[in-house]
Design a protein around this ligand. Structure first.
Ligand SMILES: O=C(O)CCC(=O)C(=O)O
Ligand SMILES: [Fe+2]
Length: 280
């Protein structure tokens, strides 16, 4: 067993981060750095106001009383989750169009967190690349980003996200990228932080061999035995982090009454592609 070496997220101003990692997305993809954390990228007071609005409009709610949700540990979503709708492109792109419409006015009176997400990503991307919502050649747009509310017991076990490597959906444009990443902006933390409700990132890209441990439920043992470095990303409302979603990561289930609420999106990048596609 080898002792894990430090694997520490990059934090600081954009300028400091770019000084240390001139190509931040490549540094994420290579495992050089686990995450880029931008503190207070969004105004925390606006997080509070927007969460109130999400509840007032019934977009976010406590899902626990309904039977259907009891069986799942999924968060409540505002916006499409590609993997949930990918079997039904009409549904996916209709929901995406509705979400674009919703987001046109949802943030009125506040800063637009989706716009800030894209702007921050543009600052981290190579100057010759354009960051945009993913689209099909016929113009259909994917979801721009998604709110996720994690009530008690909701989280994500160890997994990775890659449309080409996991879903293998090559009929979708978002499968064309060499590397897939995710960005998450914290809007609200659950009350019992620590091991719960905050993401762990592992310096461990997905492979079929790693999948065997995940499937067997022995991934954590494997990590300990191999001395694989991991890091937990602790966020406050308004903080935004980006990571390589092809590394195994997890969000231990939330404990307590207060849900964790985030705004998230995936994005794809290839060295030889001048577009970076963002989708939810
Ligand atoms: O909520 C998070 O911090 C990470 C969730 C996740 O698994 C993802 O966005 O890919
Ligand atoms: Fe994920």
């Amino acid at each position: 067993m080898t002792a894990p070496h430090a694997w520490t997220p990059a934090e600081g101003s954009l300028r400091e981060i770019l000084q240390k990692y001139p190509e931040p997305l490549n540094a994420l993809a290579s495992g050089e750095v686990p995450a880029i954390v931008l503190r207070r990228a969004f105004n925390p007071d606006h997080c509070v106001g927007l969460i109130e609005r999400l509840y007032e409009r019934g977009l976010v709610y406590d899902p626990r009383p309904t039977e259907d949700n009891e069986k799942s540990n999924r968060p409540v979503y505002v916006g499409p989750a590609f993997v949930r709708y990918s079997a039904d492109p009409d549904k996916l792109f209709t929901y995406a169009a509705d979400t674009h419409e919703l987001f046109k006015s949802l943030f009125n009176g506040y800063d637009n967190p989706v716009k800030i997400f894209y702007e921050m990503l543009s600052c981290l991307a190579a100057p010759d690349k354009r960051v945009m919502t993913a689209r099909e050649p016929d113009g259909r747009l994917y979801g721009p980003a998604v709110f996720r509310a994690y009530y008690a017991d909701r989280g994500h076990g160890p997994h990775f996200d890659s449309v080409p490597k996991r879903q293998k959906l090559f009929n979708y444009q978002v499968s064309r990228f060499e590397h897939q990443f995710a960005g998450v902006m914290c809007f609200q933390n659950s009350e019992n932080k620590g091991e719960n409700g905050e993401p762990f990132l592992y310096n461990c890209p997905w492979t079929p061999a790693v999948q065997e441990y995940i499937t067997a439920g022995t991934f954590n043992q494997y990590v300990a035995e191999q001395g694989i470095p991991r890091t937990q990303i602790q966020l406050e409302p308004g903080d935004l982090y980006f990571f390589f979603s092809e590394n195994i990561h997890e969000v231990p289930p939330v404990v307590g009454e207060k849900p964790r609420i985030v705004l998230a999106a995936f994005f794809g990048m290839s060295p030889d592609d001048d577009e970076i596609f963002v989708w939810s």
